[in-house]
Design a protein around this ligand. Structure first.
Ligand code: 3PG
Length: 391
């Protein structure tokens, strides 16, 4: 465990997932929760006198320098959050980075440039991994959110240096293992979001150890269409139809599956559209299903209230639009009100909903991973976790 490692005076390469979102068209950070979530490991290393070489990817620059994806806003915010000046290392690797790292004193922190500016990162290139490894004596991987990527800074370096999991990585693994485990019952999975295909693997993997799988969000249209029901103006793609049918045809899944019995249908796809609440069996020929209805909310709230384990990924409707936020808000309140359950939430828009409703403190663990959490919940082996050997 990283707490047992003598890091004083050593250079520690710390891979974090600082891939934050920005306000549209600006370099102002919209959500800095990944920065805050990375602080515990940085502080642990600093308190033990390590020389911290912090690194992350930012966006998808595809192996080129893209000026608006420079790490600078992240470095600046990290300096503010830590209350120390985080140095800038110039490049992801290279002479300047080497010079900056050599000049670090014990407990100092410097940040490398966006790792994905170098094509070697995503290619898991041996030279790039060697260059990164040459900057450090020890490697700590705290980037759970990127652990589904077999990239140089996630798996390549782990073969070249003594490697440990960071505190966030460990907390994520422990919480997600608990989420997929069968022990706590009744267990409820609440799954929303726009595509059934994205959640197919999660539903199939969770269903055997779950008592109720509650479905909401954009997925509802495909699920109802696959049952032969009208879903208004929405054109459900063949892929979505196939994924929805696969769930309905799975005997274990279908036994646990709860679909909305009523829905909110907007005349137009707009936040100020007129809307009606209607039975899921009689959605008009035109219009858009943008939220779950009140009877569905009541059923879902009952299931959540008696659960001992709750896994939540995906809003119930288009909650960004006030008129269609009722389902997500009610589900969030019910989760918050259940004080005894283990509660895990994940996914970008779920976390956004949690933060905007101010219920973050009521969730046992909010995962910093998007794709990584989903792959874990699907039961896949994540290359970044496999590369750790010891956690
Ligand atoms: C994320 O935002 O889910 C992680 O940082 C991984 O980013 P990626 O999908 O661009 O690899």
């Amino acid at each position: 465990m990283i707490e047992d490692v003598e890091v004083s005076g050593k250079r520690v390469l710390l891979r974090a997932d600082l891939n934050v979102t920005f306000k549209p068209g600006s370099t102002r950070i919209a959500d800095d929760s990944r920065i805050h979530a990375s602080v515990a490991t940085i502080e642990l290393l600093r308190s033990r006198g390590a020389r911290v070489v912090l690194c992350s990817h930012l966006g998808r620059p595809k192996g080129k320098v893209v000026p608006e994806m420079r790490i600078e806003p992240v470095r600046e915010r990290m300096s503010e959050v830590l209350g120390v000046d985080v140095g800038y290392a110039g490049g992801p690797v290279g002479e300047e980075a080497e010079r900056v790292v050599e000049s670090l004193n014990d407990s100092d922190v410097a940040m490398l440039e966006n790792l994905r500016f170098d094509p070697g990162e995503e290619d898991n290139d041996a030279d790039f991994s060697n260059s990164l490894a040459s900057l450090a004596d020890v490697f700590v991987n705290d980037a759970f959110g990127a652990s589904h990527r077999a990239h140089a800074s996630i798996v390549g370096v782990a073969d070249l240096l003594p490697t440990y999991a960071g505190l966030l990585m460990r907390a994520e693994i422990v919480a997600l293992e608990r989420a997929v485990d069968s022990a706590e019952r009744p267990a409820v999975a609440i799954l929303g979001g726009s595509k059934v295909a994205d959640k197919l693997g999660v539903v199939k993997n969770l269903a055997p150890n779950t008592d109720a799988v509650l479905i909401g969000g954009g997925m509802v249209s495909a699920m109802l269409a696959a049952q032969g029901k009208s879903v208004g103006s929405v054109d459900v793609s063949d892929d979505e139809m196939k994924a929805a049918k696969e769930l309905l045809d799975d005997p274990i899944v279908v036994d646990k599956l709860h679909l909305p019995t009523d829905v909110i249908v907007a005349e137009e796809f707009s936040g100020d559209s007129r809307y009606i609440e209607t039975s899921a069996d009689s959605v008009p020929e035109s219009g858009f299903i943008l939220d779950i209805g009140s009877q569905t909310i009541s059923n879902y709230v009952d299931a959540i209230g008696t659960a001992e384990k709750i896994v939540w990924n995906g809003p119930m409707g288009l909650f960004e639009w006030e008129a269609f936020s009722g389902g997500t808000q009610s589900i969030a309140s019910a989760i918050s009100d259940n004080e005894s359950a283990f509660k895990l939430a994940g996914g970008g828009s779920t976390v956004e909903a949690i933060n905007s409703l101010g219920i973050a403190d009521a969730i046992t663990h909010i995962s910093t991973g998007g794709g990584a959490s989903l792959e874990f919940l699907e039961g896949k082996t994540l290359p970044g976790i496999a590369a750790l050997h010891v956690i």
